[in-house]
Write a protein that binds this ligand. Structure first.
Ligand code: FE
Ligand code: FE
Length: 165
């Protein structure tokens, strides 16, 4: 309908990432359990705790907007997590497992970065500086997580996978 606004799009997208964060919260412990490298394992556990905060920040934003915190099925994150699960199954017990887990996690972080970047921009356009600050805080944590994953990939896990090839 023609009466839909950027406010509606902002709310819909909040619901999308809220659903996604909750799925990620369930996936991270499985990835931590599967990881061989203790640093990667610890990284997944740490990010699980951060993800709890991401969910809380989104709930704060719903409250600011006077809307109920409700998720909306996000097929994209279900697909990305599904691919991660496939890697865990297919590469279990191999030297390439950690490299595969990192690749799956980076796909998740990039999805989140795309969403939070957009939401932050829209929050500012809509004059919601309070929401923009929370979205920015989460965006930075996703970015940092992605960087740490790259360091692990370059420094260790991928070279192990390559050496065993
Ligand atoms: Fe997150
Ligand atoms: Fe994340």
């Amino acid at each position: 309908p023609q009466d839909k606004t950027l406010d509606d799009l902002f709310l819909d997208t909040l619901k999308d990432i809220y659903f996604a964060e909750k799925q990620i919260l369930k996936a991270l412990p499985k990835m931590a359990k599967a990881a061989e490298d203790p640093q990667l394992k610890a990284g997944f556990e740490e990010h699980r705790d951060q993800t709890e905060q991401h969910v809380e920040r989104l709930e704060q934003i719903f409250e600011m907007l006077d809307k109920p915190a409700r998720g909306k099925t996000c097929e994209a994150i279900l697909g990305i997590i599904g691919e991660g699960e496939e890697i865990m199954d297919d590469f279990k017990g191999t030297h390439a497992l950690d490299a595969g887990l990192i690749s799956a996690a980076q796909a998740v972080e990039h999805y989140e970065m795309a969403r939070y970047g957009t939401l932050k921009t829209w929050a500012n356009l809509l004059g919601r500086k309070d929401a923009a600050a929370l979205l920015e805080a989460t965006y930075k944590e996703e970015l940092e997580t992605d960087k740490k994953l790259t360091q692990l990939a370059v420094g260790n896990d991928n070279s192990k996978a390559a050496a065993a090839a």
